[in-house]
Structure formats: C-alpha cells, structure tokens
Design a protein around this ligand. Structure first.
Ligand SMILES: Cc1cc2nc3c(=O)[nH]c(=O)nc-3n(C[C@H](O)[C@H](O)[C@H](O)COP(=O)(O)OP(=O)(O)OC[C@H]3O[C@@H](n4cnc5c(N)ncnc54)[C@H](O)[C@@H]3O)c2cc1C
Length: 491
C-alpha cells in the first residue's frame, strides 16, 4: 500500500498481501491466521474500534458488550484456537437464562418442576394434544415448510407455536412469521431446543420420562477481562505484532475492477488517500454494501437483487442500576408485546469486573428498523422506555434506581430471512464469485445468521483456502461456505 501509489510496489517480495474489509471477528480471525502464516495483512474498519457486533465498550468503571455474547462451540479446533488466543484470560461460566411471560419466569431450558408450577395443566394437555395432532398429520402429508410458522407449527403444534414462538418472532422481526423463511427456524436452533424441551417435558408428564431432552450447552467461554470484545482486541494486537495493519476510522471510497479481477481499493484514512492493489481481498462488510463501492457500477439486475435484501436494526439501551445485582441470569427473553424490549442481559453475570461493587449494568435490546422512531431515540429517551419495562417485570421499583444510561445502535444487526432473500442472495453471491481474488465471508459478508464461533470458523477456513490456493497454484475453494450449514445446536 502507498499514498496514491499501488501497493504491489510497496509489498513486492516473497510476502503475499491481503486486504481485509471489516474488523469484526470474521475479518480479524482471517487476518490472525494469515499473519501467522507470514502474509502481509491490512484490515480496514469503518468504525473507530474493532470487534464489529462482538465489541465491548468501556465507559468509566463500566464495561459492556454489544448485547449478551457467549462463545460456545463443540468444534475441538475452535476450542483450541480460543485457548490459543486468550490462554489464561478465559473462564467458563455456567449459563443461566429465563423467559418472562404471563408475569412469571420460566427457566430456559425449561425444567419439569418449573413448568409444572408455571403452566396450567390444561395448557400442557392442549399443547401435547396439538403436538400429537401435527405428528400424526405429518405421517400422511409431510410439512411443506413454506415459512417460519409452518415449520414450527408442523413440528410443535399450534399451542406451543402461539404461546411462545409466534409471539417472540413477530415481536423481534416486526413482520408476521408467515413472511419469514423457514431457514430462520432451522438456523435458530436455540429456540427449537426450547420447544424440544417443552415437548419432552410434556411427554415426560404423560409417559414418565421415555424421551430425555437433548443435551444443552450450559457452559460457555468468556474472557476474564475486557468483555467479549477482548477476543477482537487480541487478534488486532497479534496482527500488528506481525507487521500487519488494522486501520480503524478508515473510509472505503471505491473498488475498481475489470473483467474477473479486483484491481484496487481506494481508502481514506487519517487525512490520506491510500491505494491498495492486494493479491486478495477478503470481504466481511455487509454483502449488500460492498458492491456499492464498485467502479464501474454493478449491473442493474444485481442492484435490484441488493435492494430486496435487508437487515433488522437493533438499539441497545444500557442502564446502570444502583443495586449490586438484579438477577443471576445471563439473559432473559421477553416475548410479550406489552414490553418494548425483547431481551434483558446483566453484564455482571458474565464478568464481575463489569461494574463497581454496589452497582450493576443491564442491557435492554430493542429490535427495530433503521431510521424508525425507536432508532432515532437518544440514550435518555431509550432509558425511559426500558426502565418502564424493568419496572413492569418487577426487577426494579422506580426510575430513581437508574443512575446512568448509555446507548448503542447497529443498522446491520440481523440479516432478514424473508421469503425472497435466498434467491436474491444467490444472485448476488454468484455475481461476486466471478472475481478470482475476492472472497466474501462472515455474518455480513454472506448475509448469514452466524454466531461468533461460526464467523471465526469461517475466518480460519478462509485463511486456509488462501494459503492452500497460493501453495498449490489453484483457485479458491470457498469451503468456508459450508460452516454452520448443518442443523446443529448452538443456543
Ligand atoms: C445482539 C446480538 C447478540 C449476539 N450474541 C451472540 C452470542 O451470544 N454468541 C455468539 O457467538 N454470537 C452472538 N452474536 C453474533 C455475533 O456477534 C456475530 O456472529 C459476529 O460478531 C459476526 O462477526 P463478523 O465479523 O462476521 O461480522 P461483524 O461483526 O458485523 O463485522 C463486520 C465489520 O465490518 C465493518 N464495516 C461495515 N461496513 C464497513 C465499511 N464500509 N468499511 C469498513 N468496514 C465496514 C463493521 O463496522 C464491522 O466491524 C450476537 C449478535 C447480536 C447482534
């Protein structure tokens, strides 16, 4: 890279150079592995900090994550990777989460005793009858799974669907579950486990424990210090220690291409215009944003496909409460529409270093649309609403208990799996695949409902693809696209 000069001159020699767009865990884990293998890595980040959706913030004595984040994987290679990067700074909390509805807390995963005391027997009986009905019906006509509602109803029955699933989904996404793809259900396995638990619990009521619930991941990885964002900070430090660059506050201006090759990327950083001519570009910024930088402009049909892909935004309202602890939960789901927030999390339960003694910091999440009234709220306006939610739930008594409020917002929080996303995404990815030196990956780069472990696994896979392709003189394999395609538990 040079100021106003092609990078190939500056980085010529044995080293391969790679430009990575986006410093979330997908981009940084790719950069970490490539830097380890001797590549010359530059990461470009639009925001002033690294971490993307897996960032932590420090405000005075308070540390808070961008929503509750736990790292969980069954993949031994990823566990070893996490131990390699965080070593002594890792600890393994036991997860606790609940659901608040009908003015009660339900353990999540549900426990038989808890559900028995919380749900009326006739509701249990009705839920079980509906469930049986769907099972029998499915034997004669297999479910078509045309949308989220069909997918869930056919597997769990009408009562369970309406009681928990339909309500939470409609609230979180703001559109009817019939307009949401069944893919969301199949990738949102954590909630399916909830239903699995309910169903198994009900079965146990009637058949005395013939089917045990699946095993639930109760323990997860979390950094001892610095919040979840520590993972990204560690990647950054390593990349820089190997001579790589992580440029925050960097503004991508254009990406020039011809035929099947990306020629250069123009970036503004620190008042300078930087020109990169990397051998490879790894994209982890929203796949809907990337082509907007392309020069010449992309074909009209690709622009149209992009305009049909959209993300759900999220507002995070943080409340510092003048109490040592509100709950011992990591998070609590709030499916009912009478509460504006859809989830609460208590940072102190992730790490006791997050707030001083005698105080606790709560994160209230509200999913919304970009530029909606909720989106436009400032910290105090959001705090007023979320404080009322806490009072309604009975976790605090009055607004006087709130000492301070912070706010964070993200436009690209959740890729929206509506009924037409898949065909438009495929069209866009097929178009991008023509470029022999471009790889798009991660949650944003593949418009995929990744958890952080999936984005990191993709990062490691992308690095391996690049290293393998360079060694063997072949094209990129795109194996990273197989990550998280199986229906496996991650909740
Ligand atoms: C509320 C919430 C809770 C979550 N909880 C969990 C959890 O408990 N466990 C878990 O494992 N995962 C969780 N996740 C998912 C996890 O955060 C993501 O899967 C992961 O962080 C995605 O990483 P990524 O690098 O793929 O994308 P991102 O983190 O989105 O990174 C993309 C980066 O690109 C940057 N960028 C965008 N545009 C540009 C541009 N024009 N130029 C340069 N840079 C740009 C962005 O600023 C960002 O830094 C949660 C997500 C959310 C929203």
């Amino acid at each position: 890279m040079t100021d106003d000069k092609p990078s190939s001159e500056a980085s010529s020699g044995a080293q391969h150079d790679v430009l990575i767009l986006g410093a979330g865990v997908a981009g940084l884990s790719t950069g970490y592995e490539l830097a380890k293998a001797g590549y010359q890595v530059t990461v470009i980040e639009r925001l002033p900090f690294v971490g993307g959706l897996a960032t932590s913030f420090q405000e005075g004595p308070y540390t808070y994550d961008l929503g509750p984040h736990r790292f969980y994987t069954k993949n031994p290679a990823l566990i070893a990777h996490m131990e390699e990067i965080l070593s002594d700074d890792l600890f393994y909390p036991i997860r606790k989460s609940r659901i608040f509805m009908r003015n009660r807390f339900f353990d999540y995963p549900l426990r038989i005793g808890n559900i028995l005391t919380s749900l009326p027997p006739w509701t249990l009986a009705k839920a079980f009858a509906d469930y049986l009905y769907e099972q029998v019906k499915g034997k004669f006509s297999p479910p078509e799974d045309r949308n989220f509602e069909e997918y869930i109803r056919s597997r769990f029955g009408k009562t369970l669907y309406e009681m928990f699933f339909g309500m939470y989904t409609a609230k979180a996404w703001g559109i009817p579950p019939t307009e949401i793809s069944a893919d969301w259900a199949s990738q949102r396995i954590s909630l399916l486990n909830l239903w699995d638990t309910i169903v198994q619990t009900i079965k146990q009521q009637f058949f005395k424990g013939k089917n045990e619930p699946r095993t639930y991941a109760s323990q997860f990885f979390y950094p001892k210090h610095g919040g979840f964002g520590r993972i990204s900070e560690t990647y950054r430090t390593y990349i820089e220690s190997k001579g790589g660059q992580v440029l925050c506050d960097a503004e991508l201006k254009s990406i020039e291409y011809d035929d099947t090759h990306i020629q250069r990327a123009i970036v503004e950083h620190g008042g300078k215009t930087l020109t990169f001519e990397p051998e490879r570009i790894v994209n982890t910024i929203p796949v809907t944003t990337l082509p907007r930088f392309f020069q010449p402009a992309i074909p009209v049909d690709i622009s149209q496909a992009i305009s049909r892909l959209w993300y759900k935004a999220i507002v995070f309202s943080y409340l510092v409460i003048k109490r040592p602890q509100l709950t011992d939960d990591h998070w609590i789901y709030l499916p009912e529409p009478k509460l504006v927030s859809h989830r609460i999390s208590e940072m102190k339960n992730f790490s006791s270093n997050c707030a001083p003694e005698g105080e606790t910091i709560i994160c209230m999440e509200i999913t919304t649309n970009f530029e909606s009234d909720i989106w436009k709220m400032d910290a105090d306006e959001a705090a007023k609403i979320t404080t009322q939610d806490l009072i309604k739930i009975g976790l605090i008594d009055s607004p006087d208990e709130v000492k301070q409020a912070f706010i964070q917002k993200r436009k690209h929080a959740y890729p929206m799996y509506d009924l037409i996303y898949k065909e438009n995404l495929e069209q866009l990815l097929t178009y991008l695949d023509r470029f022999d030196n471009l790889i798009t990956t991660g949650r944003q780069g593949l418009f995929k409902y990744n958890n952080s472990d999936h984005s990191i696994e993709m990062g490691l896979a992308v690095a391996a693809e690049i290293i393998g392709a360079d060694r063997e003189g072949r094209g990129i394999a795109h194996d990273h696209r197989t990550v998280a395609t199986e229906k496996e538990y991650f909740g």
